[in-house]
Design a protein around this ligand. Structure first.
Ligand code: NAP
Length: 294
């Protein structure tokens, strides 16, 4: 059975994603919001949103950022405004699947009201864990760029031991850093110890920053506060990986003269091809499962 997929907006990661989706059997891909790319990009159909008959679509792939609160799409490869209003969603088939990186109230509500399936890819454990690899490599790249010492033998403090924190701690440790990890659950503290790393209960963070060279935050909550920053050595740096606005008191870090960087979207920056492949693999798997279920 043939299927029709529209990719509406997207960044550099989406070039690999589209390349991979194109290989699917009996599949037609339509691109919207890629008009700044060369004509005939990958020999696929490019359209304006109002030329697209959404009632025929089996799947829609939205950018990682999904839409804003009014349904606007962030487009890297187009200057045109693309708005998916509620009416647009209502015209989709009930059986269609909408993929996005993250969701918000607008998108989730639109999906609920219309009965379509919305899949926020970055909320899936598998995607988050695969994505943590380029994220950790991006953190390593930043540590190389922003310090004048090796990672080997440096004191790295990671806050948070979720999917990103775990991989970051692991990769820095593999490079020979002395890694400490701050977490709040006793289970995580036990696992950190088992991995041969130094486990610090989160409430003791500020008492443990005095010899830290690189502090990497992965907790999307205000955790790296004044006291923790106050105790950092002057030449320490903070790399905050948590989603906007991060978990660091950036204003205080600035006053204290500590370099603190909110490093967003590292997979798309350091490894767009890998990041696109991660998304494409999961989308392909979900679409294949859907087809088999029919
Ligand atoms: P995760 O698996 O949910 O882990 C989050 C960690 O933060 C867990 O250790 C969790 O502890 C802890 N945490 C959450 N809220 C907390 C709070 N209020 N107080 C104390 N600890 C708290 O998330 P993840 O996949 O690792 O992602 C972490 C962050 O990185 C997210 O904001 C994500 O959007 C971001 N991210 C950024 C990039 C980038 O390129 N910069 C790439 C990927 C992800 P518990 O387990 O005890 O709840």
């Amino acid at each position: 059975m043939s299927q029709l997929i529209a990719v509406i907006g997207g960044d550099a990661r989406y070039l690999e994603l589209i390349r991979q989706l194109k290989q699917l059997p009996d599949t037609t891909i339509i691109l919207v919001g890629f008009d700044k790319l060369e004509q005939g990009f990958m020999e696929l159909n490019e359209m304006e949103l109002d030329e697209l008959d959404q009632s025929k679509l089996d799947a829609v792939v939205l950018p990682i950022t999904g839409t804003d609160a009014k349904g606007n799409i962030e487009t890297v490869f187009s200057d045109k405004v693309i708005n998916l209003n509620k009416d647009w969603f209502h015209k989709l088939k009930k059986s269609s699947i909408v993929f996005t990186g993250i969701t918000n109230d607008y998108l989730s509500q639109s999906a609920n009201e219309t009965g379509i399936t919305l899949i926020p890819l970055l909320e899936r454990d598998d995607v988050a864990i695969y994505n943590s690899i380029p994220t950790a490599e991006g953190a390593i790249m930043m540590a190389f760029e922003q310090t004048d010492h090796t990672i080997h033998s440096s004191n790295v403090l990671v806050t948070g031991f979720g999917r990103v924190g775990n991989t970051v701690a692991n990769k820095f440790s593999a490079l020979g850093a002395n890694v400490s990890v701050c977490a709040r659950s006793i289970r995580d503290l036990a696992r950190i110890t088992e991995m041969g790393l130094r486990a610090i209960p989160l409430e003791k963070l500020s008492e443990n920053t005095h010899n830290c060279d690189v502090l990497i935050n992965t907790i999307p909550s205000p955790i790296v506060k004044k006291e923790a920053i106050q105790n950092l050595p002057v030449n320490a740096i903070i790399i905050d990986l948590a989603s906007k606005p991060g978990g660091t008191d950036f204003e205080f870090a600035d006053k204290r003269g500590i370099k603190a960087i909110l490093a967003r979207s590292l997979p798309g920056i350091v490894a767009p091809r890998t990041a696109g492949k991660i998304l494409a693999d999961v989308i392909t798997q979900i679409l294949e499962e859907e087809r088999e279920a029919l």
